[in-house]
Ligand binder design. Sequence first.
Ligand code: PEP
Length: 244
Amino acid sequence: MPQNLLALNWKMNKTPAEARAWAEELREKLEPGEAELAVMAPSITLPSLAAHLPPGVALGAQDVSKHESGAYTGEISAAMLVDVGAKYVVVGHSERREYHGETDADVAAKAKQAQANGLIPIVCVGEGLDVREKGEQVAYTLKQLEGSLSGVGPDVVVAYEPVWAIGTGKTATADDAEELAAAIRDALTERYGSDADGIRILYGGSVKADNIASICGQPNVNGALVGGASLKVPDVVGMNDALK
Ligand code: PEP
């Protein structure tokens, strides 16, 4: 069983000074746990976090350019993220898909670019409410996964995030999460063979300290991608402790 990954997605929150204060507070309050902890922070905060995070806490970004370098104003390359200490990068978050029109092909291109530079992509997939209400969540999510992993190697993390559960306070049940995680595991096995056993499948959508243990206790769920509850250190400590 792969080690649980607790991936914290700050979204567009915290200045570099606020990030430093958060990292210093985490250093004081975090006790060693069993999950790997990683902070997906706004790219501009990464240098400050790299200097102040507790040892062993990994750094990640929330997006990356699909291009290597060059005339792409405003973009940040995978090599730049590696240079400031990032290990992970989230690609294809539903907010990027919805507000920035990212397609599965874009997500796959970003994931490939990340891997080519030694970053581990966290590829997000998941259905909206309309799809869930029709009971088509498995077929929809697997199709999205197929497109988003096209040409991508097995050094990847997959985050199943039902869009209707993100930032809404509505959490999928542990059984709902496992239904999709098991289907994703089968699709990964078809694609990568036995390498799929080591791939972490995260659940994301209104995870907090009081529901993380039951969700991550499912056989195919290996951690969580957490938005709202990642912003305050006591909540993070609570989730980390719940995974012990
Ligand atoms: C997310 O941002 O990926 C997320 C799951 O957010 P929240 O935990 O706030 O639902």
